[in-house]
Write a protein that binds this ligand. Structure first.
Ligand code: FAD
Ligand code: NAI
Length: 471
């Protein structure tokens, strides 16, 4: 099966998974086509996810800090005003710069970019309904499904992106809502709650579980960050389930029930954010034409080399197994191209960091205490608070801690959990340590510059196998 026009690799989806695979394949000298329907590359992450949310998180933090956290630093500012339009414009500029950058990288690496909806016609042919009208088709020796995910809707509350919003509406509201209710205290819920609370909204987060943070966050860390965010003004209703909603009136009403059978209540809000998770996206992909089935959660089923049951059709990113994270999608994208080209690739799923970009940030890698307990694995804990770290004290940002979990016999690190102003950067050191199989003593005996927040990292390691100096 081969024609002159056949491509080495056809990729459906130009998100992080798809565009990274396309660039890597181009670098490997493969003839590659990437099909994206959005009209811009970068997928959820660049267009409506990681990048725009981080722009708003950064700038809303600066605004909030200038307003509420500058006088005691010796900075007096008068007449501080929010210009939401400009804040949104700054966000759009960052997004546009990055998505255009990916387009440039496509050209540089000889990637053919088709703007349109791709769907399987048969096992080697993808039909493309072009955004500009008309239709074409491409044949591929290999085909990669990288169609990502979209929002899980809340039954009975249709998302209009004005009164009932998803994360996409939450990054582009035209005014600050008076009252914002958030269904779901996972990462999206908490990042967006932070943005709008800092900009002046009264925010209530309703979370079904007893702890916030979504799957994966260490429970002690989750309880800690909840206290910090509460101090910042965010209201929480944990152990509480939103059972139904009604948006027919002026405000949106949410009926909530205590998960433990308490009294039902009604919450009133101008705007409700639905943040109860994301689900794999395979609509209009024509999977039925090639007989590919999905698992019970809608994910494309693959083996350890990212192959579906049709071996030349592979799949990576949010649309298949694993955490829905951009850097996980990126690792898989490189690995899948290596599997196709060379027959081997590598992703260490035990070593994928996670970061929540609140202030302070929360970051972790490896296993949590509850994971270890559940698996019956013995561990030793070492912690160090930022309140005892010289740089955090100088910066007047002392909320948070570093927590390490290590094997009690070998001292090998099992998990690292941080709440701190730059936890998202600091976790890179933890990830590297885990990848290299480091012990807590390895870190404790590595010289860290003074005065830095990273010294808290070193002292937490000291606390794991011995004693920290400064606490
Ligand atoms: P996607 O980015 O969803 O890309 C899939 C692409 O495929 C889309 O552009 C879609 O238009 C296209 N497509 C789908 N079907 C077709 C078709 N039939 N034909 C053509 N094109 C098609 N992750 C992090 O790691 N860090 C963060 O800070 C972070 N922040 C986030 C904030 C928000 C608000 C959200 C919603 C997500 C965030 N994420 C973050 C998650 C991250 O965005 C995803 O994990 C990542 O985008 C997954 O990449 P992907 O390529 O698998 O899927
Ligand atoms: P999530 O799965 O992290 O959290 C959803 C939360 O909603 C859970 O805690 C769940 O218990 C709760 N919930 C579900 N139904 C509920 C109900 N009826 N009432 C009350 N609470 C309810 O999902 P989220 O936050 O929507 O994020 C989706 C994905 O996006 C995540 O998997 C994450 O990986 C990714 N993401 C990553 C970011 C980052 O890396 N910084 C930022 C934003 C998103």
């Amino acid at each position: 099966y081969a024609t002159e026009a056949e491509r080495d690799l056809v990729i459906i989806g130009g998100g992080v998974a798809g565009y990274v695979a396309a660039i890597k394949a181009g670098q490997e000298g493969m003839k590659v086509t990437c099909i994206e329907k959005r009209g811009a590359l970068g997928g959820t992450c660049l267009n409506v996810g990681c990048i725009p949310s981080k722009s708003l998180l950064n700038n809303s933090h600066l605004y909030h800090q200038i307003l509420h956290d500058s006088k005691h630093r010796g900075i007096e500012v008068n007449d501080v005003k929010l210009n939401l339009k400009q804040m949104m414009k700054a966000k759009e500029q960052s997004v546009a710069g990055l998505t255009k950058g990916v387009e440039f990288l496509f050209k540089k690496n000889g990637v053919q970019y088709l703007k349109g909806i791709g769907s399987f016609q048969d096992e080697h042919t993808v039909k493309v309904q072009l955004n500009d009208g008309g239709e074409t088709s491409v044949k591929g020796k290999n085909i990669l499904i990288a169609t990502g995910s979209d929002v899980t809707p809340f039954p009975g509350l249709d998302i209009d992106e004005k009164k009932v919003i998803s994360s996409t509406g939450a990054i582009s509201l035209e005014e600050v809502p008076k009252k914002l209710a958030v269904i779901g205290g996972g990462i999206i819920g908490l990042e967006m709650a932070s943005v709008w609370s800092r900009l002046g909204a009264e925010v209530t987060v309703v979370e079904f579980l007893d702890v916030i943070g979504g799957p994966g966050m260490d429970t002690e860390i989750a309880k800690n960050i909840q206290k910090i965010l509460k101090k910042q003004g965010i209201n929480f209703k944990t152990g509480t389930k939103v059972v139904s909603g009604d948006k027919t009136g002026e405000s949106v009403k949410l009926n909530v029930d205590s998960a433990k059978g308490g009294k039902p209540e009604t919450l009133d809000a101008d705007v409700v954010l639905v943040a109860i998770g994301r689900r794999p996206y395979t609509a209009n992909l024509g999977l039925e034409n090639i007989g590919l089935e999905l698992d019970e959660r809608g994910r494309v089923i693959i083996d350890s080399e990212y192959r579906t049951k049709i071996p030349h059709i592979r799949c990576v990113g949010d649309v298949t197994f694993g955490p829905m994270l951009a850097h996980k999608a990126e690792e898989e994208a490189v690995a899948v191209v290596e599997y196709i080209k060379k027959g081997y690739g590598h992703v260490n799923y035990g070593c994928i960091p996670a970061v929540m970009y609140t202030f302070p940030e929360v970051a972790w890698v490896g296993q949590s205490e509850q994971d270890l307990k559940k698996a019956g694995i013995k561990y030793r804990v070492g912690t160090f608070p930022f309140s005892a770290n010289s740089r955090a004290k100088t910066n007047l940002d002392t909320d948070g801690m570093v927590k390490m979990l290590a094997d009690p016999e070998t001292d090998r690190l099992l998990g690292i959990h941080i709440i701190g102003p730059n936890a998202g950067e600091m976790i890179a050191e933890g990830t590297l340590a885990l990848e290299y199989g480091a012990s807590s003593e390895d870190i404790a005996r590595t010289c860290h510059a003074h005065p830095t927040l990273a010294e808290a990292f070193k002292e937490a390691a000291m606390a794991t196998y011995s004693k920290p100096i400064h606490f």
